[in-house]
Ligand binder design. Structure first.
Ligand SMILES: NC(=O)c1ccc[n+]([C@@H]2O[C@H](COP(=O)([O-])OP(=O)(O)OC[C@H]3O[C@@H](n4cnc5c(N)ncnc54)[C@H](OP(=O)(O)O)[C@@H]3O)[C@@H](O)[C@H]2O)c1
Length: 253
């Protein structure tokens, strides 16, 4: 379902969250543009399936909340594909509940995955990005944040806070990496039809409740719509940094 022609031949990409949704769609599209892609997530069966479909991609199991797992994954990526010049941070979890419920378990999981996990992946590959850019290659860091970084939704306070952290981090990183020719792009999608809404244990807020009603009322983006923008962004000339993308289903505006 690509609408953009993106030449990414010669690029080496890491996509986290590649087991489903936006990460999987992005990995497919980057590979279609000619990039060699490492597929990172926890579910090995999903990664293997996608790797078989793509043909040239490498499945790498990782839990971004676990430092040893990220270290091992980064070593595996380098051994299989060499230096990385494109990193897409799409792994994430969304667990809505009222703050009053005091769900430290959910808060910890969201912060560890959406914030510290993103930082772990940046830590693992930033030297690659900087060195690729120093040699004149195009180098990209793409963080998938959310419109939830700006808009307040009741019961999504902690998720929104993690995404606000990602949006801020992207801006801050631009000041560190931009002068070294590494582009940083922050993508803030609205409602997108993926597995993200399936993990809440609050039936009233989940897909059979409030979230399902939102999908019905405003429709949604397909993960391929977001992937299309990522592929477009990373295939611009290296001096062009499309730094911030907010993309919503038309009726969500
Ligand atoms: N869907 C939306 O409406 C929407 C809107 C705005 C922003 N976003 C953001 O878009 C990103 C992608 O989400 P999605 O919508 O595509 O949902 P998704 O289908 O649930 O994808 C999330 C991915 O993250 C991976 N993941 C989760 N925890 C992980 C961990 N600890 N280590 C490694 N990988 C992990 C999952 O694979 P495994 O379970 O196999 O690890 C999965 O592939 C997220 O950051 C989300 O916050 C989504």
């Amino acid at each position: 379902m690509s609408t953009t022609s993106s030449d990414l031949s010669g690029r080496t990409a890491v996509v986290t969250g590649a087991a489903s949704g936006i990460g999987a769609a992005t990995a497919r599209l980057l590979a279609a543009g000619g990039a060699r892609v490492a597929l990172l997530a926890r579910r090995e069966d999903r990664l293997k399936e996608l790797a078989a479909e793509i043909g040239t991609a490498v499945p790498v199991v990782v839990d971004v909340t676990d430092q040893a797992s990220v270290d091992a994954a980064a070593a595996r990526v380098r051994a299989e594909l060499g230096r990385v010049d494109l990193v897409v941070n799409a792994a994430g979890v969304m667990l809505p509940n009222p703050v009053d419920d005091g769900r430290l378990d959910e808060w910890t999981r969201m912060i560890d995955t959406n914030v510290t996990g993103v930082l772990r992946v940046i830590r693992a590959f930033s030297a690659d990005l900087v060195s690729a850019a120093a040699e004149g290659a195009t180098a990209d860091l793409v963080n998938i944040s959310s419109i939830g970084a700006h808009m307040v939704f009741p019961n999504y306070g902690v998720y929104g806070a993690t995404k606000a952290a990602v949006t801020f981090l992207s801006a801050a990183l631009r000041s560190e990496y931009g002068p070294r020719d590494v582009r940083v792009t922050n993508v803030e999608p609205g409602l997108t039809d993926t597995e993200l809404g399936r993990h809440t244990d609050n039936a009233e807020l989940g897909l059979d409740g409030q979230l399902g009603e939102m999908f019905e009322a405003i429709g949604s983006l397909a993960p391929e719509d977001v992937a299309d923008l990522v592929a477009y962004t990373v295939s611009r000339p290296r001096h062009v940094n499309l730094r911030q993308i907010v993309v919503l289903p038309t009726r969500q505006a």
